[in-house]
Design a protein around this ligand. Structure first.
Ligand code: RNT
Ligand code: ZN
Length: 418
């Protein structure tokens, strides 16, 4: 059967469940995802500072990672050709500043001009930009940063945070899209601390100083990301879930949940509707934790589907900032970045093709057996045919043939990086 016929057949099947595939395709075409730049070079950035710190880790040594801005922009450009819909955003970390004429840029003195090429890239590709201060992979991030008892260190990182607010404003002004500025630090202790509250009070005060610098809240959305533990900081994390959530709610900023940052039986899908009862906006880092915060490439798996279902059925697509966040150095990085973003989009499509109102009515009428039966039945409806149609309409290859293009790029470009 030709693809078009398959789509028409799928359209009819979904219609029997009261689902309009045309509306789903149209909606998905306009949903923007913030695509993280750091999968393409294993979170190295452009400062040449060497090793990754902060309790996060990339593993693998697949050849061809980007080594400089030219390579990273080329790879990102390739990735964008595989991602339908949009406009999307590119999520940039502060350690991806671009120096000219051998200038050494310290983190507390980064300026918009160091990110000019990111703006040019975003404009050329009809993208927005998001931003992240980088409180790791730096000599001054050897211990605590924003929660440090050492005033010199803490003030250094506060200055970095404020510099990042200015760059976020610049991104918003230049691209015309609001910029999400996400604060995450790896601050914590390997072993049981003697003082758990002091670092948290200092962390709160530091973020107060950063957001107190004055900025346009319609252009910059500051988010705070929590975490349960990291490598080398197993016993205690300053920015825990309770800390980050309470901080965000009391300051009127946005909480960010990364689905790798909770105990293994906790699920972010259940936290999304809880937070949406109280917070106008929430933000997500979508990742795939295997046994720990391993940052595997996002798959079209149960929890990704469940998270996107919550966003859609809470009618919150305009209240949730969707971003990817993972880093796998063991497979082709261009393929990894494209596949993870596409899987988020597939999960969104699945959510948009779910008869949410009917299922909710069944639940409210107490017919929980039918809720279960229907939820199982719709799992095998021909979503893939709608995905293929969505991709075709957006000029992108829907099936795995896109990977042939990656292989060509790998041969012609990536493998030559030796
Ligand atoms: C780390 C956090 C954080 C980072 C990025 C690079 O566990 O998830 O979001 O992945 O800032
Ligand atoms: Zn994250």
């Amino acid at each position: 059967m030709a693809q078009n016929e398959r789509y028409l057949s799928a359209k009819e099947i979904f219609a029997k469940y009261g689902v309009d595939t045309e509306a789903a395709i149209e909606k998905l075409s306009g949903i923007g995802i913030s695509i993280h730049c750091w999968q393409l070079d294993d979170v190295r950035g452009f400062e040449g500072t060497g090793t990754l710190s902060g309790g996060i880790q990339t593993t693998g040594n697949y050849p061809g990672g980007a080594r400089n801005p030219d390579e990273l922009f080329a790879d990102l450009e390739k990735v964008l050709t595989f991602i339908p819909g949009g406009p999307h955003k590119i999520n940039v970390h502060a350690n991806y500043s671009i120096a000219e004429n051998g200038e050494i840029i310290d983190r507390d003195s980064i300026e918009p001009r160091h990110f000019k090429r990111w703006v040019e890239f975003a404009k050329a590709h009809n993208c927005g930009l998001d931003f992240n201060p980088t409180f790791f992979s730096h000599p001054k991030a050897d211990g605590l940063t924003l929660s440090s008892p050492n005033d010199d260190i803490r003030n250094y990182w506060i200055r970095h945070g404020i510099a990042c607010v200015r760059i976020s404003e610049y991104f918003a002004n230049e691209t015309g899209h609001p910029c999400v500025l996400n604060i995450w630090t790896g601050d914590g202790f390997k072993d049981v601390p003697a003082d758990r509250m002091g670092p948290r009070q200092r962390y709160a005060d530091s973020i107060d100083q950063i957001i107190g610098c004055g900025y346009d809240k319609s252009k910059v959305y500051v988010t705070v990301e929590s975490k349960v533990f990291g490598i080398g900081v197993e016993a205690y994390t300053v920015g825990s879930a309770e800390f980050a959530l309470s901080y965000a709610m009391t300051r009127g900023i946005t909480p960010l949940m990364d689905n790798g940052h909770y105990h293994p039986t906790e699920v972010v899908s259940d936290k999304i509707p809880a937070l949406l009862c109280f917070s106008d906006k929430i933000a997500l880092h979508i990742t795939r934790p295997i046994r720990w915060d391993s940052d595997h490439v996002v798959a079209y798996d149960d929890e990704t589907r469940e998270m996107m279902k919550e966003v859609v059925r809470c009618n919150a697509l305009d209240r949730v900032f969707l971003a990817t966040d993972y880093f796998d150095a063991s497979i082709n990085r261009v393929a990894a970045l494209a596949m993870g973003v596409r899987n988020v989009q597939k999960a969104l499509l699945n959510a948009l093709l779910t008869p949410n109102a009917d299922l909710k009515a069944l639940q409210d009428s107490g017919d929980l057996t039918k809720v279960f039966i229907m939820q199982e039945e719709i799992k095998t409806l021909p979503m893939g045919d709608v995905w293929m149609e969505f991709c075709a309409r957006n000029g992108v290859i829907g099936c795995s043939k896109w990977f042939d293009e990656v292989l060509k790029y790998e041969k012609e470009v990536l493998l030559k990086r030796v």
